[in-house]
Design a protein around this ligand. Sequence first.
Ligand code: ADP
Ligand code: MG
Length: 245
Amino acid sequence: MSLLEVSNLGKSFGGNRAVDGVSFSLAKGELLALIGPNGAGKSTTFNMVNGQLKADTGSILLEGQELIGRKPRDIWHRGVGRTFQIAETFGSLTVVENVQMALISADSKLFSMFRRAAAHKRDEAMALLQQVGMAAQADRPCSVLAYGDVKRVELAIAMANAPKLLLMDEPTAGMAPKERNELMALTKRLVIERGIAVLFTEHSMDVVFAYADRMIVLARGRLIAEGQPAEIRDHPKVQEVYFGT
Ligand code: ADP
Ligand code: MG
């Protein structure tokens, strides 16, 4: 059985069919890229999987259990993690405090007394930072970190809940090629070492072709191609819609 099985997923905003009957599956240990031009429906698809948006049609099964209709926090507890941007929420905390916060909020008893509890999660947080190569910078404020290092911390935060599936919407946006490659190599290592699955969107075809095990292509809300990067590269529909040739 697939880890994630998405069938006939659909979502409209007013008369705009943002996602239109999309189906795909994702196995454990797989890095699946979701690509497509702006407005194709990538973020909308992500937000239905993590429960921030409710699908109009279809089904999203995680290990056979329906996710549609569940609250984002419930879905997160069931093992669907996502990276989010530190700058928006935890920018005033130090690196290790960020990861400690994620560990605490994953634990409802501790969440209610999180200030006192933070110390209990220090070792666990340090272990997560070790995995992303950020242990040496644990006590620096996040605001002074290089952009690529912030992204590593975001990954450690996402790992705090031990997700089965990790969603990354444009993880390498705004990064230089070297930083992009480092982040994706780290992500790939986590996929292999922890046996998780990753669904990510990405604009750089170099990154997709280098790191994705498989890719799916959306255009105007529809899935137009699916396969290994080498197959997709030469797919005529993809050439037409995505590369504009
Ligand atoms: P992508 O992430 O592939 O760029 P999106 O999923 O963000 O695409 O958007 C798909 C379509 O849905 C676009 O036409 C966009 O304008 C529309 N859309 C996305 N979110 C909303 C929203 N919250 N309200 C109305 N329309 C939206
Ligand atoms: Mg998007």
